[in-house]
Design a protein around this ligand. Structure first.
Ligand code: FES
Length: 104
């Protein structure tokens, strides 16, 4: 059964913002797109840039290192040089609290 970890409060991340949180030993980036929270590994699949320091416009995240672009709702690569999609984590929002599925 999937275990969820409370990582933040909804007030910690305004629409259009990114936030780095820890889920066990993993660094996870949260993104708020119009109130919808998504979560993915905070490690660019190209060569490991800190995605929470990237630029989020709508649902498009640009990596700060080599400017690869991703859809934060799905993890899909929109522009290289990255080839692999983001590693996504399941998210639940209950009341004010954001929960992220712990990696297996
Ligand atoms: S490290 Fe993200 S595009 Fe290269």
């Amino acid at each position: 059964m999937t275990q969820y970890v409370a990582v933040a409060q909804i007030g910690d991340i305004a629409p259009g913002e990114l936030l780095r949180v820890a889920v066990g030993r993993h660094l996870v980036c949260l993104a708020n797109v119009d109130g919808q929270i998504s979560a993915f590994e905070d490690d660019c699949p190209h060569i490991g840039g800190p995605l929470d320091e990237g630029d989020l416009e709508g649902h498009v995240l640009t990596c700060p290192i080599h400017l690869a672009r991703f859809d934060v709702r799905t993890g899909q690569v929109l522009r290289g040089p990255a080839r692999d999609q983001l590693r996504m984590y399941a998210v639940r929002v209950e009341g004010e609290r954001i929960w992220v599925a712990a990696p297996e």
